[in-house]
Design a protein around this ligand. Structure first.
Ligand SMILES: NC(=O)c1ccc[n+]([C@@H]2O[C@H](COP(=O)([O-])OP(=O)(O)OC[C@H]3O[C@@H](n4cnc5c(N)ncnc54)[C@H](OP(=O)(O)O)[C@@H]3O)[C@@H](O)[C@H]2O)c1
Length: 299
């Protein structure tokens, strides 16, 4: 292969110090030209600030911070960032415990994932044009939905609130230059600067495919459905998700809100069995990158 040696290759070549405590393994002894640029564009590692220029010192710091195990996670992000913008590419994520919980019975969910899992979520945001959440997440968490743990542009923030249960006070409405879009099923008038998309609802549910098509018409090709459980589940049930990033934390909560809750199956044989890439994110989290599109096409 031609091109710039990836950071792992540089590390293995002996010119830089490997990540402490990690064995170097053969699979990383290859040249991977796009990965280096891609990691640097995303500001991989704790040393990179927005718009910081790349020089030798920065590269040295990046390489010292890199865990070889994280390389597959970078590949999973490239797949999204380099998808064909002519059609929507939709990735969903959920951070959950080993027992499939996303919050305690009282709704506490910050933070199930450790630092590396949270870094991955912020890199996901940096890769997409728009991030979608349901009204329940805005109500429970009042999230900012911005890119803060890596370099990158804030995606547009899309909130699905068909019954207008939210007021106009959430942090997703911050005027930071990112587009803000309310998806509703009525004629609600939004504050200046907030776009609205009105779509018909059937028994309260807006078809996820209609939401994705409407967002694509607004210019958003790479879309992250970030939560919560009901929103991600309804998009998967509708076959509207290309990839699912399940970030599993080595933690057992034992009670509380479950993550995915899909339409009941009649037979185990009907279960989704997506081709899945697995990689560690730091010491505490594991990423399962599931190809739901391939699973659907196999049926
Ligand atoms: N661990 C994680 O990765 C993660 C990420 C995000 C959130 N969370 C947690 O998840 C919990 C919130 O999740 P949740 O399941 O209660 O709520 P949610 O998925 O955030 O929001 C669900 C609501 O959004 C609206 N909605 C979403 N999709 C819709 C569609 N296609 N058509 C019509 N309406 C749609 C509906 O509002 P109406 O009910 O008004 O009709 C629906 O009830 C919180 O505890 C939060 O902390 C965890």
């Amino acid at each position: 292969m031609n091109g710039t040696p990836c950071i792992a290759a540089i590390v293995i070549a002996g010119s830089m110090r490997p990540h402490p405590g990690r064995a170097l393994r053969r699979p990383y002894e290859h040249r991977c030209p796009p990965d280096l640029d891609f990691r640097l564009r995303l500001g991989h590692g704790p040393h990179m600030a927005n718009n910081e220029s790349i020089d030798g010192t920065t590269l040295q710091k990046q390489a010292a911070a890199l865990a070889p195990d994280e390389i597959p996670a970078i590949a999973s992000l490239r797949r999204i960032a380099e998808s064909n913008p002519d059609r929507p590419f939709v990735v969903a994520q959920l951070g959950q415990s080993l027992d499939g919980r996303i919050a305690t019975p009282g709704g506490e969910s910050r933070y199930i994932n450790a630092a590396a899992g949270l870094d991955h979520l912020h890199r996901l945001r940096a890769c997409v044009d728009a991030v979608v959440v349901g009204a329940g997440t805005i109500e429970a968490d009042d999230p900012e939905l911005t890119v803060r743990r890596c370099a990158g542009r804030n995606p547009a923030r899309i909130v699905v609130d068909p019954r207008s249960r939210l007021d106009w006070g959430g942090r997703w409405l911050a005027r930071d230059g990112a587009r803000r879009v309310l998806v509703t099923s009525n004629a609600r008038v939004a504050p200046p600067g907030v776009e609205t998309v009105a779509l018909p609802a059937d028994s309260g549910a807006i078809a996820p495919h209609e939401i994705i098509l409407a967002l694509h018409r607004l210019g958003f090709a790479r879309i992250l459905v970030e939560g919560g459980a009901r929103t991600v589940s309804s998009f998967i049930d509708a076959g509207a998700i290309d990839r699912l990033h399940l970030i599993v934390a080595c933690m057992i909560i034992g009670s509380g809100r479950t993550g995915l809750d899909l339409r009941p199956l009649l037979r185990l044989g009907d279960a989704l069995r997506p081709p899945t890439e697995v990689c560690r994110l730091g010491e505490r989290d594991v990423l399962f990158d599931c190809d739901l599109r391939a699973a659907a096409e196999r049926e």
